[in-house]
Design a protein around this ligand. Structure first.
Ligand SMILES: CC(C)(COP(=O)(O)OP(=O)(O)OC[C@H]1O[C@@H](n2cnc3c(N)ncnc32)[C@H](O)[C@@H]1OP(=O)(O)O)[C@@H](O)C(=O)NCCC(=O)NCCS
Length: 163
């Protein structure tokens, strides 16, 4: 397995991985699947500095991706990033999420990003374990903040220092 910065050529695979979770899981609060075209504005945010998107590959196959994206739009939030990680459902639990986060947090060192935040819909044992392994601490839980699949969902927020 290799991790590297994502390129435009990876976007279709990134979208396919993410669409699976949009359709099947509350781990994302997106509801409608994307196309590569409709996902382009999101992909365009990555600047190779504080905002990065990395992929994991196995040969020519993209098996997962991890990103540090905008936390909030107001400019004083610019040193904070929201991180997320998605592993192709058929290759989960094989260390890909761990490899992606190792590479992402290495890459963010010295980038000017100061704090990372992650919002994790509950329950999600694997994601909680992954974030805790990478030094994230609990901030608190937003109760019933999302509504998907005909029910409300809690989101636990975690944070860690980056510099
Ligand atoms: C969460 C996710 C990114 C983790 O990536 P992964 O490649 O499956 O995980 P890894 O094999 O690297 O293992 C990471 C940690 O999760 C734990 N874990 C993996 N599968 C697990 C499971 N089914 N139940 C409980 N813990 C699990 C591992 O033991 C490991 O914990 P440790 O660091 O304490 O040993 C991946 O499962 C995924 O894409 N899930 C769906 C999307 C998602 O929830 N993304 C996160 C949104 S916040």
């Amino acid at each position: 397995m290799v991790t590297r910065p994502a390129t435009g050529a990876d976007l279709a695979a990134i979208v396919a991985i993410y669409n699976h979770y949009i359709i099947t899981s509350p781990c994302t609060f997106d509801i409608e699947p994307y196309t590569t075209h409709t996902r382009q504005p999101w992909f365009g945010q990555f600047d190779g500095e504080r905002r990065r998107c990395l992929v994991a590959t196995d040969g020519d196959t993209v098996t997962g991706y991890a990103c540090s994206g905008e936390f909030k739009t107001k400019p004083a939030y610019r040193t904070s990033v929201e991180v997320s990680v998605y592993v192709a459902h058929e290759t989960r639990h094989g260390g890909i999420g761990t490899a992606l986060y190792s590479a992402l947090f290495d890459a963010l060192r010295g980038s000017g990003a100061h704090r990372a935040y992650a919002g994790i819909t509950q329950p999600n044992e694997a994601s909680m374990a992954l974030h805790r392994r990478f030094g994230f601490h609990d901030v608190g839980v937003y109760r019933e903040v999302g509504y998907k699949f005909d029910r409300y969902w809690d989101v636990a927020w975690l944070e860690r220092n980056l510099d």
